[in-house]
Ligand binder design. Structure first.
Ligand code: ATP
Ligand code: MG
Length: 325
């Protein structure tokens, strides 16, 4: 693995000013990502997964949402110091994103050839035959059958799985260094989902693109990701290699998450842990998981735990990490 990360996120904080107070959506997130690596981000709804990735794209929704602290480096350059026009070049260029719903990412009024072509033309300044070739390559890369004729199709003439491949083709057409996929398969049925994920993995191995995959599904993480970051209430509470996280989960939330995951492939949803996550506009001083944690002691409720190293590259924010029975 390359020693210098492609992406480094340091102590990132994203907040929303609302009538009900300040919402701490992301509250001190730190991680890095290397070339050819895939990092899974898992965690309950509202834990800050999407806001972390939108912050990397500098797409936190205005006017209420704001990146209030932290640093984001792409190949050593701080993205938070870039102008809006520099960011427009980076988005869809060096960093690309695949969203959950392919229909909302595609324009129903244009052919898919047009839409993939637009992305390529914007970032690579190609025209005519060269542009056409690049578009067909992009569609072939995501294994869309008969791409020469498919370029003339409109989104509604394709299945959901094929549409999501088109979105993938748009994202990958500019050969991004970082690809962020936020729940890319939730709208697909299980078989199509599995095919799409296999495809993503193949492309990643071939192109060595670094991937951030956001999902509720630990089964997907196990199949696709080298490393896992577990988010809870705006923070990464545990991070490590996929083996480390699955073999020796060390934060009580991760342990609960793994226990609440049915073993059946494809249906593993993470929604059966008792209790509720804290209100993001009124976070407790201590460990944010303490109210739901069966191991919690007074100390846990009083102060946020230190980041404890479990083994090389494996960390958990817990006063008793490594010592839970
Ligand atoms: P999910 O799994 O449901 O997609 P998530 O982990 O992606 O959840 P985020 O979308 O990152 O969660 O949201 C993090 C927090 O930010 C949540 O508490 C959410 O309510 C809050 N939030 C998101 N968008 C806004 C907004 N436009 N205004 C106010 N708060 C927001
Ligand atoms: Mg989300």
């Amino acid at each position: 693995m390359d020693s210098k990360p492609v992406l480094q996120v340091k102590d990132l904080k994203v907040q929303f000013a609302t009538r009900h107070g300040l919402i701490k959506a992301v509250d001190g997130v730190t991680f890095d990502l290397h070339r050819g690596e895939s990092l899974g981000i898992v965690g309950e709804s509202g834990s800050g997964k999407s806001m972390t990735s939108l912050a990397v794209m500098r797409l936190v929704p205005p006017p209420n949402g704001r990146i209030v602290a932290g640093e984001i480096f792409l190949n050593g350059e701080n993205l938070l110091k870039k102008s809006n026009s520099e960011m427009r070049d980076i988005r869809g260029g060096k960093i690309a994103m695949i969203f959950q719903d392919p229909m909302s990412s595609l324009n129903p009024a244009f052919t898919i050839g047009n839409q993939v072509g637009e992305a390529v033309a914007l970032h690579q300044h190609l025209r005519g035959n060269e542009l056409r070739k690049k578009v067909i390559n992009a569609l072939s890369l995501v294994k869309i059958p008969a791409p020469e004729t498919r370029v003339k199709s409109f989104p509604h003439q394709m299945s959901g799985g094929m549409r999501q491949r088109v979105v993938g083709a748009i994202a990958l057409s500019c050969e991004p260094e970082v690809l962020i996929a936020d729940e890319p398969t939730t709208s697909l049925d299980v078989t199509v989902q599995a095919q799409y994920l296999r495809l993503l993995k193949e492309i990643q191995e071939e192109k060595q693109v670094a991937i951030i995959l956001i999902t509720h599904d630990l089964g997907i993480v196990a199949r696709l990701c080298h490393r896992v970051a577990v988010m809870y209430a705006g923070r990464i509470v545990e991070i490590g290699s996929t083996e480390q996280i699955f073999d020796k989960p060390s934060h009580p939330y991760t342990i609960a998450l793994l226990r609440s995951t049915p073993k059946l492939e494809g249906v593993s949803r993470l929604d059966s842990i008792e209790g509720e996550p804290p209100d993001p506009s009124n976070l407790p001083d201590g460990c944010r998981f303490a109210p739901r944690c069966k191991w919690a002691k007074d100390k846990c409720r009083e102060a946020y735990p230190p980041r404890v190293q479990i083994s090389d590259g494996h960390w958990a924010d817990c006063w008793f990490a490594g010592d839970l029975k």
